[in-house]
Design a protein around this ligand. Structure first.
Ligand SMILES: *Cc1c(COP(=O)(O)O)cnc(C)c1O
Length: 492
């Protein structure tokens, strides 16, 4: 499976380009700038095309196969989003263009803020944060400044359930607060007694992932919100996974004070590999003055129906400030705008209904083969345990690696941490029933293989250029050049 490197197919004298005859006097290149140790491969144009096309096909992507990576919402990114984002008036607009020259883009941002507010029941939205985690950070800073603004300086803690996304406690710590971890009860909900015991006037707020990373909708959400509000804290909802809620329930109406959205999950802007994201934040009236800016606003209302209002940008009165250059990742805004506009009201609701249906379909299909620690209706994802009674040596990771042999991306492994051998599965709403069935059948087949021939799983994947990498080292020490180097990384 290993591809030869471009150097291995190089042959002296072969060339890919023919330069036109030189029509200026020839002279030597400056010797001190030439690095003779850098050999250039000698290959034809076709060899270059094949080499890089083959390499690109070693990348797994949502465009090449099923990607049930829990909590990441790897769903189809409609191509129309790309067309709209590439309209020259958007794509080539300089961020310093004045208000008169950027009315279209400002109108788009304004409308997107309105729609996101409407979808989640919030009064104000800022599109500035560049990722979910940055939206969280903005949210916690707003909570902090809200308390400080009222002269309330004794609040030093934020409550975080142990079923929260990993970024939640990290955000709390970065914002200078102490994390108070709350246990979950046997059903996977927040332990209400523990919550009430932790609530006092040193609590600035609570940060809760909804649905939780167990894929569950908190059964006592209103009690949780009330308990925190009763002690003067504010409620942060991690809404990265709004494809489980939108069109059905509005977090602002439940009583949440602030939430972030992941436009690069729910609203289908592409993500993965550290590309640009957008973690817009929505807030109620209490926090609106603190939003990060700039925000798109209407500077002058239209005088008659034929005209458009005049849009502009503003920093909110008590803004926590800027988090990013210019106005956030505008390319993500245009994609999310397109997506919402195309779906409309009923389409937005269908996204949620299908996301939840698909997850429950797989859960039901696998419940007799795998142990499901919280056997209740799930939201857009669910967690199962990746091990089998009587087969001690097979772990969640082995199941994941074996899935790759069937051209399926592994689910999220060993997360959430509170489930033994966790595999977190999120099919998303964009998959066909045939794909869901293929996944269920494959998972069953792997369960059988685990019993009959565990070595098959232990040595998987068998179809990739390298098999099992030290993933932490591979991420920190990227080696992007040659297969032999990658292989030696895998070997030791
Ligand atoms: C993805 C995710 C985040 C983090 O979003 P990033 O854009 O990766 O920073 C936070 N919370 C939840 C629940 C998520 O699924």
């Amino acid at each position: 499976m290993t591809l030869p490197t471009i150097y291995e197919i190089s042959e002296p004298g072969r060339r890919g380009v023919l330069l036109p005859d030189c029509d200026v006097p020839e002279s030597d290149l400056p010797a001190d700038l030439l690095r003779h140790e850098l050999e250039l491969p000698e290959v034809s144009e076709l060899q270059v095309i094949r080499h890089f096309t083959n390499l690109s096909q070693k990348n797994y992507s949502i465009d090449t196969g099923f990607y049930p990576l829990g909590s990441c919402t790897m769903k189809y990114n409609p191509r129309i989003n790309e067309d709209m984002a590439r309209l020259p008036g958007f794509a080539q607009l300089h961020p310093l263009t004045d208000v008169d020259g950027s009315q279209g883009a400002l109108a788009l941002m304004y409308q997107l803020q309105q729609w996101l507010g409407e979808i989640s029941g919030f009064d104000g939205v800022s599109l500035v944060p560049a990722a979910g985690a940055q939206g969280e950070f903005a949210g916690i800073l707003m909570i902090r400044n809200y308390h400080l603004d009222r002269g309330d300086t004794k609040r030093t803690k934020i409550l975080v359930p142990n079923s929260a996304h990993g970024t939640n406690p990290a955000t709390v710590t970065m914002a200078g607060y102490e994390v108070v971890e709350l246990p979950s009860d046997d059903h996977g909900d927040v332990d209400l007694e523990a919550l009430k015991a932790a609530c006092d006037d040193t609590v600035a707020g609570m940060m809760i992932t909804v649905p939780s990373t167990l894929g569950l909708f908190e059964s006592h959400i209103l009690d949780v919100i009330e308990a925190v509000h009763d002690c003067g804290g504010l409620m942060y909802m991690d809404g990265a996974n709004m494809n489980a809620l939108m069109g059905v329930v509005k977090p602002g109406e439940l009583g949440f004070d602030v939430m972030h959205y992941n436009l690069h999950k729910t609203f289908s802007t592409p993500h993965g590999g550290g590309g640009p994201g957008s973690g817009a934040v929505g807030v109620n009236d209490k926090l609106k003055p603190f939003l990060p800016g700039p925000i798109a606003v209407i500077l002058e209302e239209a005088t008659d129906d034929e005209e458009a209002p005049l849009y502009g940008l503003q920093m909110p009165e008590k803004s926590i400030g800027r988090l990013k250059a210019f106005h956030g990742n505008f390319g993500m805004h245009s994609r999310a705008y397109t997506y919402i506009r195309i779906h409309g009201d009923s389409g937005i609701k269908d996204i949620t209904r299908y996301a939840v249906l698909n997850a429950n379909y797989i859960r039901a299909g696998l419940k007799d083969t795998y142990h499901i620690p919280y056997p209740r209706i799930c939201a857009h994802e669910f967690v199962l345990e990746g091990h089998f009674d009587g087969v001690d040596d097979v772990h969640a990771l082995d199941i994941s690696k074996r899935l790759m042999d069937y051209n399926i991306h592994p689910p999220t492994n060993y997360f959430p941490l509170i489930v033994h051998e966790a595999l977190l599965i999120e099919p998303t709403e964009t998959e066909t029933k045939a794909t869901l069935d293929f996944f269920i059948d494959t998972m069953k087949k792997i369960a059988q293989e685990a019993k009959d021939d565990p070595e098959l799983l232990k040595s998987a994947p068998h179809i990739t250029p390298v098999s099992r990498l030290d993933e932490v080292r591979a991420a920190k020490q990227l080696v992007l050049c040659c297969a032999p180097v990658m292989q030696s990384l895998a070997d030791d």
